[in-house]
Design a binder for this molecule. Structure first.
Ligand code: ADP
Ligand code: GLC
Length: 471
């Protein structure tokens, strides 16, 4: 089986959220199963400097009225043998950020990702390696299935679209419709009444659709948003495959960012990480206080409203709160105000920091994810592996991975309400304080679970085979 994956983020080269982690870890897991897999992504600023590249081909990519010449650089996915193709066009990608600066997306986003989608389809022929399946991720590459239908890719190639987040659909004004260069009938696929919607095009045009957890697959069929009709019409071709985690990058026994390694058999190092985290974050040095961590994009999806709304009640539980995040200014500001109100008890770091993300995972006792919705969520899985008990809203992938009660590995709440969150955290704090053996069981359940990519990669391989058979 030969598969080309295309996406806008690949860790550690270019990362905003979990998409990057998936793009980095799923391909090597597929390669371990014998799949011949390659990845294509944009050559953003700074990427060339992080890897050894060689020019592999020059392609010409039509975008609107232009014919853009593009050098395809070849390298390997860091830490693996998987070929990685970088599509370079500096006017589009040599910029400070991946998607945009100051909150919004770059105004030429449609052009940039049309270029990526169309360009990626030209790579196979240019480098002499022909895949059977093109696997596109999220709206940035959702035009790929349509270009395949228009005959732009290798002949007979099948398309899969993975939806990592239905909240991001790639919408643009109708005036821009010429940019994609799609022929008339396929252009209809991306039209909604008043706008263009790239994800809709991918949903309508791809041979198969997946999303990143079984529960989210059900939820997106039930939701009332703009894409509900398009999704329901493809319900037979929609599958939920739970993400795994990169067990090398996220391994408390061998994580170079930690102050002290630890394992399920010997948790003494975890206490060292907690004390160090408290110290560097300016929290009161008190081993008995439960430290609650969050590492998150500061976006509406992530439920920060609930935290800020019930802040007094939450802090009244005697916890310490550590938040690492960046995103919408209203949350950044709200969190900074919270820190000022509870000095020594709340520590907020606004920014993106891979080392600190690992340290928060290791040094916290609990990890909070009160998401409004969560397609999969990776941080709760990192937390489980790090013996940091997740307290989550039971939605999407969080519902599929965190269980409370008999043989539970965490604490959950159902309703998107601040009181429900506070009650769940209260239960967690109660067990932490007064039922040490039960707490230890919960930690052990989490640490001994299997979150490897292997299972998910097997599920994808099955779907690829099915696609190839159907052709
Ligand atoms: P999403 O993709 O919706 O942001 P996930 O839980 O799937 O949510 O993945 C988020 C990923 O991004 C995790 O690897 C997390 O550690 C990382 N991350 C998010 N915010 C930050 C940050 N400020 N600093 C470092 N890593 C972050
Ligand atoms: C998205 C989702 C997140 C998921 C990630 C990787 O960004 O918000 O829940 O884990 O993609 O699939």
């Amino acid at each position: 089986m030969k598969v080309l994956m295309v996406g806008a983020e690949v860790a550690p080269l270019a990362k905003v959220g979990g998409l990057a982690d998936v793009m980095a870890a799923l391909p090597p897991a597929l390669a371990d199963l014998g799949v011949e897999v390659a990845v294509a992504m944009p050559c953003y600023r700074g990427v060339r400097e992080q890897v050894d590249v060689r020019p592999a081909a020059t392609i010409v990519v039509p975008v609107g009225e232009q014919e853009i010449s593009c050098t395809v650089l070849e390298t390997r996915l860091p830490g693996s043998e998987v070929p990685l193709y970088l599509l370079s066009n500096d006017p589009y990608f040599d910029r400070p950020q991946i998607y945009g600066e100051g909150g919004g997306d770059y105004p030429d986003s449609l052009e940039r990702f049309t270029f990526l989608s169309r360009g990626a389809l030209a790579v196979p022929e240019a480098v002499g390696w022909i895949p059977q399946v093109i696997h596109a991720h999220d709206w940035h590459t959702a035009l790929i299935p349509l270009f395949v239908r228009a005959g732009a890719g290798p002949s007979g190639v099948r398309s899969m679209l993975t939806i990592h987040n239905l909240a991001h659909q790639g919408t643009f004004s109708l005036e821009q419709e010429g940019v994609t260069g799609l022929p008339g009938e396929l252009r209809e696929y991306i039209k909604q009444e008043d706008q263009l919607n790239l994800l809709q095009g991918g949903i309508k045009g791809s041979d198969m659709i997946t999303t990143v957890s079984p529960t989210y697959a059900r939820e997106i069929l039930e939701q009332e948003g703009r894409l509900k009709e398009a999704l329901r019409a493809r319900a037979q071709d929609l599958f939920g495959v739970l993400n795994g985690i990169d067990q090398h990058t996220w391994d408390p026994e061998a994580d170079p960012y930690l102050w002290e390694p630890y394992s399920a058999d010997d948790l003494s190092g975890k206490a060292v990480n907690k004390a160090s985290l408290q110290r560097v974050m300016g929290l009161e040095d008190d081993p008995r206080r439960p430290v609650v961590g969050m590492v998150t994009r500061l976006a509406e999806q992530k439920g920060l409203d609930l935290v800020l709304e019930e802040l007094d009640r939450l802090m009244g539980l005697g916890i310490q709160l550590v938040v690492l995040g960046t995103g919408e200014p209203r949350y950044e500001q709200g969190l900074q105000e919270a820190q000022a109100r509870f000095p020594g008890q709340i520590a907020v770091f606004i920014g993106f920091s891979e080392p600190l993300a690992h340290r928060v995972e290791a040094g916290s006792d609990m990890f909070l994810m009160p998401s409004r919705f969560e397609p999969c969520g990776l941080n709760q899985l990192y937390s489980l592996r790090y013996g940091t008990v997740p307290v989550v809203r039971a939605t999407g992938g969080l519902a599929d991975t965190v269980r409370e009660g008999q043989a539970g590995n965490g604490f959950t709440f159902a309703e998107y309400r601040a009181e429900a969150l506070a009650a769940a955290l209260e239960r967690a704090v109660e067990v932490y304080r007064s039922e040490q053996p039960r707490w230890n069981d919960i930690v052990q359940q989490g640490m001994r679970g299997d979150y490897s990519w292997r299972r998910s990669a097997e599920a994808y391989l099955k779907l690829y085979r099915r696609l190839a058979r159907e052709s």
